[in-house]
Ligand binder design. Structure first.
Ligand code: G3H
Ligand code: 13P
Ligand code: ZN
Length: 309
């Protein structure tokens, strides 16, 4: 089974009103935990690599580890670059065999974002890869004080239509209130579902992407706190909101923070309970098991993509 693009995957997800999980990977245990969960659930899978992950693990290792996961599980997997910030990193990844890249021009003025995205799309499509872009800015918690300032950074539906038409991009990440990391909301979690509905209606059938979609599962935060440092005030996107987004045209849901928390909680617990253990396979193995269990839960109960591979 090969590395595949997300084109067919998103078409089925859109029609079936479910989402595919896009999980960030940094090392072997994370890749194994996620891909074993997807294999057991017979779920479609996107493994994504950030620039930071490439730097940490080095490009050759991550690519080969993902290929090993494909060989070991028999799954078809999308290998995706997460948050490519310029043309060169997208080109590098495409040349290296990635089937999908994100060009993140969300920090740029509209016209510059269009031009950069179009340049990447032209290159990627010639090589058989697909492209995700982003329009609108994901808010940080510090932006959370003023509702109107926060909403000003959300994706404008009219601009989204123009952006998709002019760039030929294959999927679009939108800003409707999520943000990266473990601190997404100061008060009650709120996503702009009305805006999402408008975008979906104006771009029927077009796959939308939700970044910053970790739930920051309390069980892991509590375990991290019990066995180590404090993670006070952590708050993520409630799972029922993610299910609702998946039913409303969001085909790809990005998860990294929940992986980090699951792994860290398990490793901290293992080492606290086995203080004289120093075999990395033991504590990293417990991290891998925790990731597998968490990803199975997401696939079954949140994304709705169990059995859809
Ligand atoms: O959206 C960002 C992802 O969580 C990746 O984070 O750049 O620290 O690898 P990273
Ligand atoms: P989280 O930090 O919510 O897991 O978001 C991950 C993400 O969007 C990766 O691109
Ligand atoms: Zn992201």
């Amino acid at each position: 089974m090969p590395l595949i693009t997300s084109a067919e995957m998103f078409k089925k997800a859109y029609e079936g009103r479910y989402a595919v999980g896009a999980f960030n990977v940094n090392n072997m245990e994370i890749i194994q935990g996620i891909s074993e969960a997807a294999r057991e659930e017979k779920a479609p899978l996107i493994l994504q690599v950030s620039a930071g992950a490439r730097k940490y693990a080095r490009p050759a290792y991550l690519k080969k580890l993902v290929e090993a996961a494909v060989e070991d599980t028999g799954l078809s997997v999308v290998l995706h670059l997460d948050h490519g910030e310029n043309f060169d990193i997208c080109k590098d990844c495409i040349d290296d065999g990635f089937s999908s890249v994100m060009i993140d021009g969300s920090r740029l003025p509209f016209e510059e974002n269009v031009a950069l995205t179009k340049k990447v799309v032209d290159y990627a499509h010639e090589k058989g890869a697909v492209v995700e872009a982003e329009l609108g800015k994901l808010a940080g918690i510090e932006d959370n004080v003023n509702v109107s300032a926060r909403e000003a950074t959300f994706t404008d539906p009219d601009q989204a239509v123009e952006f998709v038409e002019r760039t030929g991009v294959d999927s679009l990440a939108i800003a409707i209130g999520t943000s990266h990391g473990a601190y997404k909301f100061k008060g009650e979690p709120m996503l702009d579902f009305e805006r999402l509905e408008r975008i979906t209606k104006m771009l029927p059938g077009f796959p939308l992407v939700l970044h910053g979609a970790s739930t920051v599962l309390p069980e892991f935060v509590e375990l991290c706190n019990e066995y180590g440092g404090d993670i006070p005030g952590a708050k993520g996107v409630p799972e029922e909101m993610l299910r609702r987004a998946a039913e409303q045209g969001v085909c790809k849901i990005n998860i990294d923070t929940d992986l980090r928390l699951a792994m860290t909680a398990a490793v901290r617990k293992y080492l606290a309970e086995n203080p004289s253990e120093f075999d990395p396979r033991k504590y990293l193995g417990s991290g891998r098991d925790a990731i597998k269990k968490m990803v199975q839960h997401k696939i079954r109960n949140v994304l709705g993509c169990s059995g859809k591979a």
